[in-house]
Write a new protein. Structure first.
Length: 316
């Protein structure tokens, strides 16, 4: 059901564009959504239908018809287990498992986290993409935050765009790093393969910080922090500096086994079929209370086993 909200334009906003005024008067909604509602005729000024670029004079009465997000009926609720780390009235924090696609896409019409969220909370049908504000690749595990209402969604998206989320990952890479560092290289679509990303001069600014946790004979366990959030950013950046993530089917290149590797290590590396990447820590400002919250989740068992084998080989 729709809801009618009203407000009076303060005189100090005189001569400003209507869409800018609406953002200030109705802060729970994004500018793009408010502009769409203007186009749809869901905004009235003194009973008349305005345009987004119209200037206000002050003291006008604004009526806004708030329309719930229209849920894509093709995305149906499905009873899929979710590892819920934290939940309150406004947000859900989930530890995503391996092989769980975040939202429907080509080749994954259902069985996604979005389907699972709609089963977990039917009211998420009124929030864009069931409240999902950021994503992880299918085979990357770890922490994601979901908004449970429009207000929380808008504020979380704003934090994400302002690079205010604290996101820390752990990865196991091929090669022995001597020290940590920062990768500041733009990322865009690979011109030779549109399914891949690549470092390219005309790409979007992308910054990744990495630090060594533990070195092994031919591999390194690293901690990675994102300053930006481009598609496949960590995988692309680490490959660019010649430390590809173990098991990465897209950017990892062909399997390379250390010359003196034991049968156990060879079997472990051959059997690791997904990128060894885990979103281990997530920090953000709660969209309603303003409190800074942070969560941390341990490495999944397959990455723990990989590290145990690498460590035992190093000591042999």
């Amino acid at each position: 059901m729709s809801e009618i909200l009203t407000a009076t334009v303060p005189v100090e906003m005189a001569r400003q564009r209507l869409d800018a005024v609406l953002v200030e008067l109705f802060p729970d909604y994004s500018r793009s959504r408010l502009q769409q509602w203007i186009k749809d005729g869901r905004v009235l000024i003194n009973g008349a239908v305005p345009r987004a670029k119209d200037k206000v004079e002050g003291f006008e009465t604004i009526e806004l018809q708030v329309v719930p997000e229209i849920h894509d009926a093709s995305v149906q609720p499905q009873d899929i287990a979710l590892d819920v780390v934290y939940v309150d009235d406004d947000i859900i924090v989930i530890n995503k498992s391996v092989d769980l696609v975040v939202h429907p896409a080509a080749g994954h019409a259902d069985g996604t986290m979005q389907n699972a969220l709609l089963h977990f909370d039917a009211s998420l049908a009124e929030v864009p993409r069931a409240g999902i504000v950021h994503r992880l690749d299918k085979d990357t595990t770890g922490l994601l935050v979901v908004a449970r209402n429009i207000k929380a969604h808008k504020l979380l998206v704003e934090q994400l765009q302002a690079r205010e989320f604290a996101r820390e990952y752990q990865a196991v890479v091929r090669g022995v790093m001597t020290a940590g560092g920062t990768i500041d290289e733009p990322i865009g679509r690979d011109p030779r393969d549109r399914k891949r990303m690549a470092v390219r001069f005309d790409g979007k600014p992308s910054v990744t910080h990495y630090r060594v946790i533990q070195r092994f004979g031919h591999h390194t366990h690293v901690r990675v922090q994102l300053e930006t959030g481009r598609t496949h950013q960590i995988r692309v950046h680490l490959t660019h500096i010649h430390y590809p993530i173990i098991g990465d089917p897209v950017y990892g290149g062909r399997l390379q086994l250390p010359r003196a590797a034991s049968d156990l290590l060879k079997t472990t590396l051959r059997g690791f079929k997904r990128q060894a990447l885990h979103a281990a820590k997530l920090g953000l400002e709660h969209p309603v209370t303003g409190e800074y919250l942070e969560w941390e989740t341990p490495l999944p068992e397959d990455m723990q086993q990989l590290i145990r084998v690498l460590a035992s080989e190093d000591l042999a």
